[in-house]
Design a protein around this ligand. Sequence first.
Ligand code: NDP
Length: 273
Amino acid sequence: MDQYRVFGNPINHSRSPYIHCCFAQQTDQQLNYQSQFVELTAFAMTIKQFSAQGGRGANVTVPFKEQALSLCDQLSERARLAGAVNTLSFNDGVIIGDNTDGLGLVQDLLNNDVVLKNSRVLLLGAGGAARGVILPLLEQQISKLVIANRTVSKAQDLCQQFTDTKLTAIGFNEIEEQPFDLIINATSASLSGDVPPISEKLIARKTVCYDMVYGKELTPFLNWAKMQGSDTILDGLGMLVGQAAESFKLWRGVKPETSLVLNKLREELMQGA
Ligand code: NDP
């Protein structure tokens, strides 16, 4: 049976084996997908071993996404611009790298009827997650993408990778005080109970607010956005399932339906499983 893995450190929390097992059942694909803990110094060796043993593909998660990029013989444009790889395919010893995180986000937004074309988008954060979503967002023909980060130089460095004039990089206190159509929180602030320090004037009722973090409770950012009157708040669980669906499609040539798995994961999350 075709073998797939997700490699990470830590890895116990990973929902990927469950998600891919559901996808395989749904699409009638015969495959085995497991999670594997990797010592911090053993990533390259582990990937080469898995490829040599006939592994067909793998997902890569924290903290190996950048290392994975350097192991690849071929890279998609998305992965190159993201500076990180979350999906590996093995083809007769050739390692092909892609990044599906941004596609997962875009797909989740579209599934939630968010209109991206011609929209003004504010992206908070300039880490790996922010970097990975820039190209997929630009491909949706948004009209403006403002990247704001606590460390402004990191946002500026990110911007320089792209030649698109729709992009600007600034600090949180420099954002023009006008409502955006979409605000994406790609910082890890929610994990420490914080909200990026942005003005409430950036939010109108129609402003869609998205936090890449997800959990049983509303994240601090989504809670704050709701209090400012945003009608549409979305967390990152759909992005997680969306990126998995895109990886599955790359490997198996068939794109699974995501809403069933997403609903099951949401139920588990609410039960605190
Ligand atoms: P990084 O560590 O690469 O980047 C962290 C970012 O958050 C930086 O821009 C950092 O700013 C900013 N930040 C951290 N704390 C604060 C704070 N208190 N206030 C304001 N800004 C802050 O992380 P990633 O980019 O890899 O991940 C970001 C988040 O996205 C994580 O929480 C991760 O769980 C989530 N994620 C979710 C996915 C999903 O599928 N749902 C997929 C990938 C990521 P500075 O540069 O100034 O340090």
